[in-house]
Design a protein around this ligand. Structure first.
Ligand SMILES: Cc1ncc(COP(=O)(O)O)c(C=O)c1O
Length: 355
């Protein structure tokens, strides 16, 4: 099976495999052990982001997907309003539709440099009596790959001060691919909570994320108190990783390897699929987003045909803007470049047949 739909990062430093399990962290449920882990993570974050976070500002939890699920399903107060980007990370809408259809949510259009601020201001003016949550993905927004400009981030920060009923939930899963500080730290703003995770820098599927926010933030307190979403295995692994290696060198090194792999994958897509696809975020990004040159191609069928050949392009790897004909498809960079090329050639053959 070739999975082009989730990140295929190289497993970190081989020597980590030889580390003897630390029983204390595997038995993570005790207060004392979780405290040690939290202290190690705090050191790592403070070193990497050159900041001085306090333990009370950090909640370590399961992966971001899970945190978003908890926030949407359980922790938004009744009658609150959730503002999301249009388009937004597909999981968010799937979650709302499947588990919280009564949730009051509205879209804000996303532009190349971030959400439409005028639209945000109008929504804020019209909903002064509601608790408003704005969910944004400021770096390499999924699914467009756009990164917010500083001006819009500054504006969002300002607005959350003017409107105390506004809380920003900032999904910063791609932050380790950027040389920036999390928004909560950058603005020292108690109305912002930043969600950070390692699944786009260590390896996909890792069940880990950090929420950093003001100690009184209700959402992060709710997540911390809820327990039960921690994978002790992944957390053990991360604890070993951050305590045995130099976090700065490691993350910079992994980003470099990732960028090289991505560039080669892009070249292979261009070599074989140029006739069918235009890469829309060639220079920057995590995913490789491509626009189909022929919008009449049935992408659902394409995914089905590829699946029959054991090539998987998953949910969220196709997207459309409402009221636009254009169709897009997303690839992850793939560590084994020969396998990647093999898959790309099969996609070409399949498109040839469908044409
Ligand atoms: C914007 C965004 N948030 C969250 C996630 C998932 O993060 P995690 O692997 O921590 O669940 C993804 C994965 O594609 C994503 O693109």
């Amino acid at each position: 099976m070739i999975n082009l739909g989730s990140s295929q990062l190289k497993y970190p430093n081989d020597s980590i495999i030889n580390i003897q399990p630390n029983q204390k962290i595997l038995e993570y449920c005790s207060f004392e052990d979780s405290f040690i882990y939290k202290k190690n993570m705090l050191n790592a974050l403070n070193t990497y982001f050159k900041c001085e976070l306090h333990t009370s500002e950090l909640v370590i939890t399961g992966n971001i997907g899970l945190v978003l699920r908890m926030i949407i399903s359980s922790f938004l107060p009744p009658n609150s309003l959730l503002l999301v980007e249009n388009p937004t990370y597909y999981n968010v809408v799937t979650l709302i539709k499947s588990i919280k259809h009564e949730l009051n949510y509205e879209y804000l259009n996303i532009q190349k440099d971030g959400i439409d601020i005028d639209q945000l201001e109008t929504k804020l003016l019209n909903n002064k009596n509601k608790q408003i949550y704005l969910l944004i993905t400021p770096y390499y927004h999924n699914p467009t790959g756009y990164t917010y400009c500083d001006h819009k981030l500054d504006k969002i920060n300002e607005l959350s001060k003017i409107y105390p009923n506004l809380t920003i939930i900032s999904d910063e899963i791609y932050i380790y691919h950027h040389d920036v500080k999390p928004l909560y730290i950058k603005y020292n703003n108690k109305n912002i909570i930043s969600l950070l995770g390692f699944s786009k820098i260590l390896f996909g599927g890792i069940r880990h994320s950090c929420i950093i926010s003001h100690k009184d933030n209700i959402i992060s307190n709710e997540v911390e108190n809820s327990n039960g979403i921690i994978s002790s295995h992944d957390h053990y692994f991360i604890n070993e990783y951050i305590t045995n290696f130099n976090i700065n060198d490691e993350l910079v090194y992994r980003k470099k390897i990732f960028d090289i792999t991505r560039t080669i994958c892009i070249q292979k897509i261009k070599n074989h699929l140029n006739e069918y696809l235009t890469i829309i975020n060639e220079e920057k990004g995590y995913w490789i987003w491509c626009k189909l040159k022929n919008h009449n191609i049935n992408t659902t069928k394409l995914v089905d045909y590829l699946q029959q050949k054991n090539i998987f392009i998953l949910n969220g790897d196709l997207f459309f803007f409402e009221k636009q004909k254009d169709k897009y498809i997303r690839f992850s960079s793939y560590n084994d470049l020969n396998i990647f090329e093999y898959a790309i050639k099969i996609i070409k053959k399949t498109l040839d047949k469908m044409n």
